[in-house]
Design a protein around this ligand. Structure first.
Ligand code: GTP
Length: 400
């Protein structure tokens, strides 16, 4: 378009709108999701939030409802919006964007999706991550998993869904801890140890201590909402993972939930891992850069061959071609968010760092795979060139 044909400068800011943070609240049946939502929706920090829930009947937000619009979106007296996923989550998320884009709504600060108690939250995350338009307009902020402090340990023991919900979380909220206080015989230690074991990187918040507030529930995104500066160290929280010696540095202060690293749990009184040895949490860190093509192949192989076993993965990667500009990756099962390039390393740690939570996928396997792709010479591992240039390699898995 020539200069003379260009449209007059409008008062409206041009360019793509910043993506809207999207969080998912999950937790087993009766873990207290509705109770928490009811409470936080009254918090001024939740202004301009839209909450998407499964069924109105189940959620006790009725007293807050004031108006139902044609698109199935209800306005709450607190100024928030509420919609159901009776139809389709994509349509609901599109309807919200339409409201913002056509000016019916000034600002949509955040979307919170509440899942049903038995749901694996991964498909909800996939709905957004796999949609070519929604992935541009929304960004995953936090997966918040509620765990009932009274029944949590039994629920984790008996239900795979509950373990997956805890494993995928960025924040774990302990509910009903007030009931523990009334019964001194109940020790929250084993539950905390189990949760830390399943997902060391998730910060644990206690409702009773007033910790489950919006600023702490939804601050798990890569970007600090205040400064908009990426905070990789906080986002990865790799320090909370086992350091290889059975020690973990966890940021909750209950005094029981540390030190139960896998591979070391047999040394401890609470054998928290014995019910399910398949979920593993570990980190991978290296100074060695990896080429962009090898990173892509590593991720391709992980997601195509082992996707269902990769419950959650986050990482910051040093590229051989551009070591000063790290790439941020994160995935939930076989779906990866489009990688984002940071303009610079946000702190002094310029190593590739990745955190993994896997199901039935050993740490050693991923480590060797990454080392092979990043060019480390390992005696018992194939040369990466032999893997990528092998004419018998799996189709689609060739050097670029
Ligand atoms: N004592 C106590 N009770 C709680 C707490 N949180 C929730 N409850 C109670 O636990 C029950 C279940 O809470 P809900 O908020 O309905 O749980 P939910 O996760 O939404 O339940 P579903 O939608 O059925 O999965 C209710 O009777 C709540 O009053 C808490 O922190 N302390």
């Amino acid at each position: 378009m020539s200069q003379s044909q260009s449209a007059p400068v409008s008062a409206k800011p041009r360019g793509p709108k910043p993506p809207i943070p999207l969080s998912v609240i999950t937790g087993f049946l009766g873990s207290g999701k509705t109770t928490l939502l009811n409470r936080i929706l009254k918090d001024p920090a939740m202004a301009d939030t839209a909450v998407i829930i499964n069924e109105f009947g189940e959620i006790g937000l009725d007293h807050l409802l004031v108006d139902q619009a044609g698109d199935g979106i209800l306005e709450l007296s607190s100024g928030c919006l509420c919609c159901t996923i009776r139809g389709d989550l994509v349509t609901t998320l599109e309807n919200l964007l339409r409201r913002v884009d056509n000016g019916r709504m000034d600002r949509l600060a955040r979307v919170v999706i509440e899942t049903t108690g038995l749901a694996d939250p991964a498909p909800i995350l996939h709905t957004v991550m796999l949609h070519p338009y929604l992935v541009l307009r929304y960004r995953l902020e936090s997966v918040v998993t509620l765990v009932d402090a009274v029944n949590g340990l039994d629920t984790l023991k008996e239900h795979e869904e509950a373990r997956r919900q805890a494993a995928v979380a960025d924040r774990i909220v302990l509910t009903k801890t007030d009931l523990l206080e009334k019964d001194p015989a109940r020790d929250p230690g084993p539950l905390l140890a189990r949760l830390t074991n399943l997902n060391p990187g998730a910060r644990i918040l206690d409702t009773q201590k007033g910790e489950a507030v919006p600023s702490r529930l939804f601050d798990a995104g890569l970007y600090n909402p205040e400064t908009k500066i990426p905070d990789v160290a906080k986002w990865l929280n790799a320090e909370a993972f086992d350091d290889g010696h059975g020690h973990k540095h966890h940021d909750h202060d209950h005094g029981h939930g540390h030190g139960h690293g896998h591979g070391h749990h047999h040394d401890h009184a609470h054998d928290v891992n014995r019910h399910d040895d398949k979920i593993r949490a570990f980190t991978l860190a290296t100074d060695r850069p990896i080429s962009a093509a090898s990173l892509e192949m590593f991720l391709d192989l992980l997601r195509s061959a082992h996707g269902p076993k990769l419950l959650r993965m986050k990482g910051v990667v040093k590229l051989a071609e551009d070591p000063g500009r790290p790439v941020v990756i994160h995935g939930v099962q076989h779906v990866f968010h489009p990688p984002a390039t940071l303009e610079a390393w946000p702190d002094d740690d310029h190593r590739t760092r990745m955190v993994f939570i896997t199901y039935d996928l050993p740490e050693g396997f991923i480590r060797k795979l990454f080392e092979a792709f990043s060019g480390a010479l390992l005696p018992d591992t194939p040369d990466p060139r032999a893997m990528t240039e092998n004419p018998l390699a799996i189709s689609g898995f060739t050097a670029r």
